[in-house]
Design a protein around this ligand. Structure first.
Ligand code: GDP
Length: 364
């Protein structure tokens, strides 16, 4: 099959051009949009019936930064939690251009053809910084988005990576309760978001290209070490041979890593998301992992570890948020920072002063 990327002059890491967003006519309009909030029972009932509209409304509450919405969202999550244990959470990462959307679409369609339901979520902390997201600004997964059994939700955009990750983690729970028992979480391979995704999935899949070089792909050793499998994508046309060689190379590299606590030996496979080859095999591999990890107890262990991790993460996030939003801190933060820059105060003394101010204010 011909694909422009099979041309030998094609540069594999090129990214599609994004669809330019039109300038906002009235930027305040967005902020004014109100979410009409119902009692939590309304959402829980709708979600458990698999009502996607209600699911989306509930996710909007999870993503909202209003304390009232947060309260309701927590009630909904609490009631949805018992429905999580049958799901499979798959994390997918790789640099822009490696073929994540194409892969997810191919894999997603493979699943829906078997009557499976899946939700596709994303963590893209770039969407806040650049005001346009790496993952979101393309026309993505057009076929999959038309499937009744697939639910695609873009990355929550506001906040720190920790905040975005928390929202995605909570969204997973709602999707699972709505009957989407396969959850794909996509992230861009350019920073720390992989660690966040790794800490919320059962299986972590790293997509790579043949011959592009680890450096070029921005893949750190640590990320390779987290992977339960590496998939060399675009194994088609002139690229097939290179992909096979790369597979052997990476497989050898993985052998050098210490054995994983799951008893699973990370695999390296090839596929062509574009030509749809290797996709069923990858799905079978993931199922094989699930079987092994369920049998030896690692599956539950990993989820428990993650639940613990997120408890502490959530404490950290909330303390930090509370501290920086406190009016007494807001009043003095800039001046204290200036003192540090002018060397009037040391960083440590300044930090201590700010924390004292905060804790004193709490006592009032
Ligand atoms: P993402 O940025 O990682 O989500 O990558 P995309 O899925 O948008 O793919 C980037 C480009 O690579 C697009 O032009 C795709 O058509 C192309 N592509 C994706 N998968 C394959 C593949 O398996 N083989 C070939 N030849 N091209 C692919």
């Amino acid at each position: 099959m011909h694909h422009p990327e099979n041309d030998e002059h094609y540069k594999g890491l090129a990214v599609n051009k994004g669809i330019p967003q039109p300038p906002s006519v009235n930027p305040r309009l967005k902020r004014k949009k109100r979410v009409r909030v119902q009692p939590s029972g309304y959402y829980v009932e709708g979600i458990l019936k698999g009502n996607v509209t209600v699911l989306s409304q509930a996710i909007t509450l999870v993503e909202s930064n209003s304390p009232a919405h947060y309260q309701i969202a927590q009630e909904i999550i609490e009631k949805c939690l018992p429905y999580s244990d049958k799901s499979l959470r798959l994390g997918i990462t790789g640099v822009p251009g490696v073929g994540k959307s194409t892969f997810i679409e191919a894999m997603g369609l493979h699943l829906t053809q078997q009557g499976e339901k899946l939700a596709v979520l994303a963590i893209d902390p770039s969407s806040e910084r650049s005001k346009g997201s790496i993952l979101g600004d393309k026309t993505r997964m057009e076929k999959l988005s038309q499937e009744d059994n697939a639910y695609i939700r873009p990355s929550p955009s506001a906040g720190t990576l920790g905040g975005v990750a928390r929202k995605t983690r909570e969204t997973i729970i709602l999707c699972e309760a709505a009957g989407f028992q396969n959850i794909f979480i996509e992230t861009v391979g350019v920073g720390q978001s992989e660690t966040a995704v790794h800490s919320m999935v059962d299986f972590f899949l790293l997509l790579m290209l043949a011959g592009a070089g680890d450096e070029l792909q921005g893949i750190k050793r640590g990320i390779m070490e987290m992977a339960d499998a590496i998939t060399i994508n675009k194994a088609d046309g002139n690229n097939i041979h290179k992909a096979k060689l790369a597979r052997i190379g990476y497989q050898n590299a993985l052998h050098l890593f210490p054995p994983t606590p799951s008893g699973w030996e990370p695999k390296v496979v090839t596929c062509s998301a574009y030509e749809n080859t290797g996709i069923p095999e990858i799905w079978n591999m993931i199922k094989e992992y699930r079987e092994l990890a369920k049998e030896n107890g690692y599956f539950t262990h990993r989820r428990q570890d993650q639940a613990k991790y997120w408890m502490y993460e959530s404490i950290n996030e909330q303390l930090k948020g509370d501290f920086y939003h406190h009016p007494d801190i807001k009043n003095v933060l800039e001046a204290t920072e200036a003192d540090v820059l002018n060397e009037k105060t040391s960083s440590f003394v300044a930090a201590k002063q700010l924390l004292d101010t905060y804790f004193d204010a709490l006592k009032k």
